[in-house]
Write a protein that binds this ligand. Structure first.
Ligand code: ADP
Length: 593
């Protein structure tokens, strides 16, 4: 992406987040620029009056002006600094939030793309670790401020004739060349260090990760992890050591050019004050003003150059962020709202292969389900059961064939209205560090307490809730609250099921959510669930065949094909059916157990 385009995207993002912040930055910039010019120009009049007319009232007036402007600008600068020091992190966090929203909204299938995963990591690294966003915000404000100041100083200098500005610009050119080389060097080091840093971050995070502490302790991995962290740490330190040495050389060269600039400024302006050979003689006050302006101009222009290089660098760092922010989102797919409940589902010769894989996971899958039917999806491990559900949830799209809901291809439906009709409990469902009530409702606590309690009772959580002093308001996990509670796998699954029931969806899906439950609890949940699901359409995936008995129909998948689709009774009559084999084998095993 071109820098101009990146800046445009950045401004539109920042403006949409906090327009007042952008205005504050611009005001701050203008004020700082004016301040510099005032501190250069006003002393000239005071000195001229002191060395010339010595009119007391004029001396008093200019002194008061200098004092007043210093006080005023000093106060304003502090005030602005305070406002910005509050606003800068706020703005940074807002943009981080935009990034997280984006990550939560890009099409799910992107999670299969190594390119996307890498892009996401690089974007997050730039924003969070390098704080590139905050750097860009303050860097741009700084650049604007320096630009305004430089313009004012240049106008002052030009009034003395073109020679001094020309020589100064030449020297500035040399300085900018040096800076550019230095920045290139920095960029190369940055590119070199980034993957090392990522590896370092990965191992440090492993050490910090609570979920890994069991394995780290049991398999005594702390030493190995510590050594790996040390290894990358040393490598990073060495790279930075080299970098600092090179930086020292550049800094030395800068200061030589800087001194040369000061010598030229003092020499030329001094000559103009002492003789009229290079132009009309100037007063002592003008001498002070021009010398001041020249020194500040040189310092300002090198700072300006530095700021431009820094911004280019930050824009490079932010490349992945900008690229990520421009990706299309899930919602942008499909436009027809799904107004009512799901009345029918039809898979029509659906083929599916995972991105980056060769193997066809679903092969010409066709079946038809009517509203209210309870379907058990059965098959050996890897038969494609979960994949079928993921396609129905629009996490992936089939390569050929179509899935129709209420007679229309699901891709045509507006995404949010479609997912509003689905509630699924996946094997790898996640609960969050919110209260139990919030985990079930997905909303801040307080509403629908009676309904939440009723659901908790229905999934068999009421005893557990009664044992907790804060009941539904108990936080899950102890990470953020000492009074939080840790639940067993089975209890967590019950919450996940209650969450699916809470959502007023017309299709409900359980993808082996009962694996952490004992067979009795599982039977209880399934019996209950059929009752709870009521008129809703439901899909169950369970490796315990006994749960299929409660269902209207069984969809048997084998190697990605539908090998049967009929009721339990019908399939049990069919001698060679895979379903019957599976069912009988499991029944025998349970009997043995
Ligand atoms: P089931 O739920 O019946 O056990 P899945 O639908 O989970 O089966 O998986 C079907 C096949 O697809 C398996 O061979 C599995 O290895 C493969 N598979 C599942 N997820 C992915 C993925 N994200 N990328 C590539 N292959 C996958």
């Amino acid at each position: 992406m071109k820098n101009g385009k990146k800046l445009k995207l950045f401004f539109s993002l920042s403006w949409s987040e906090a327009p007042s912040y952008i205005l504050l930055l611009i005001a701050n910039t203008a004020i700082a620029g004016l301040q510099t010019v005032a501190t250069v120009v006003l002393p000239k009049y005071l000195i001229d009056e002191l060395t010339g007319g010595r009119d007391l009232s004029r001396i008093a007036l200019t002194s008061a002006l200098i004092l007043g402007s210093n006080l005023f600008f000093g106060w304003l600068a502090r005030f602005m600094k305070r406002c910005l020091s509050v606003q800068n992190p706020y703005m940074n966090q807002r943009l981080e939030r935009r990034l997280s929203e984006k990550i939560m909204n890009v099409p799910y299938e992107r999670l299969e793309e190594p390119y996307y995963l890498d892009l996401k990591e690089r974007a997050a690294f730039a924003c969070i670790n390098q704080q590139a966003m905050q750097g860009l915000i303050t860097g741009l404000a700084d650049l604007l401020q320096k630009g305004i100041t430089l313009f004012g100083l240049a106008v002052i200098l030009v009034t003395l004739g073109p020679l001094l500005p020309a020589i100064l610009l030449l020297l500035v050119g040399v300085m900018l060349l040096l800076q550019k080389k230095h920045a290139k060097n920095m960029q190369a080091i940055h590119e070199y260090i980034l993957p090392i840093n990522r590896r370092y971050g990965y191992y440090v995070n492993l050490c910090f990760n609570d979920e890994l502490q069991k394995d780290i302790r049991l398999y005594d991995m702390a030493k190995m992890l510590g050594e790996r962290v040390d290894y990358y740490n040393q490598e990073i330190t060495q790279v930075f050591g080299d970098y600092r040495r090179k930086e020292g050389v550049y800094m030395g060269l800068y200061s030589i050019v800087n001194d040369l600039q000061a010598a030229v400024s003092y020499g030329y302006v001094g000559l103009r004050a002492l003789s009229s050979r290079l132009g009309p003689r100037i007063s002592l006050g003008s001498f002070t003003m021009y010398v001041n302006a020249a020194v500040q101009f040189c310092a300002g222009i090198t700072d300006f150059g530095r700021a431009v290089i820094r911004i280019n660098q930050l824009l490079d760092y932010l490349d992945p962020f900008m690229e990520l922010m421009s990706l299309p989102e899930e919602e942008e797919k499909g436009s027809v709202p799904l107004a009512g409940p799901i009345e029918s589902i039809e898979f029509n010769q659906v083929d599916f292969t995972y991105p980056g894989s060769e193997k066809k996971v679903l092969d010409q899958v066709s079946f038809h389900v009517q509203k209210g039917e309870k379907i058990s999806v059965v098959g050996l491990n890897g038969a494609g059961k979960t994949t079928l559900i993921k396609l129905l949830c629009r996490l992936y799209e089939p390569q050929s064939g179509e899935i129709r809901v209420n007679g229309r291809d699901i891709r045509e439906y507006e995404y949010r209205s479609y997912t509003a009709q689905l509630a699924a409990v996946f094997q790898d469902y996640r609960l969050f560090a919110f209260t139990i009530g919030e985990n079930i409702s997905g909303r801040a606590a307080g509403e629908d307490e009676a309904r939440l309690k009723e659901l908790a009772r229905q999934v068999g959580l009421n005893e557990k809730l009664a044992s907790l002093p804060d009941g539904l308001h108990t936080l899950l996990g102890k990470s953020y609250d000492e009074n939080g509670t840790e639940l067993s796998g089975g209890q967590q699954q019950k919450i996940a099921i209650a969450r699916a029931l809470y959502k007023e969806a017309s299709l409900i899906i359980l993808d082996e959510p009962t694996s952490a439950l004992d067979p009795l609890a599982e039977a209880e949940i399934y019996e209950n669930f059929n009752e709870l699901a009521g008129g809703k359409t439901a899909f169950y995936i369970s490796h315990r065949m006994s749960s299929s008995v409660f269902c209207d129909k069984i969809l048997v998948l084998s190697g990605g094909h539908v090998s049967d689709f009929a009721s339990h009774a019908e399939l049990m009559q069919k001698k060679d059916s895979l379903y019957r084999q599976l069912f009988e084998t499991q029944a025998r095993n349970y009997a043995k157990g």
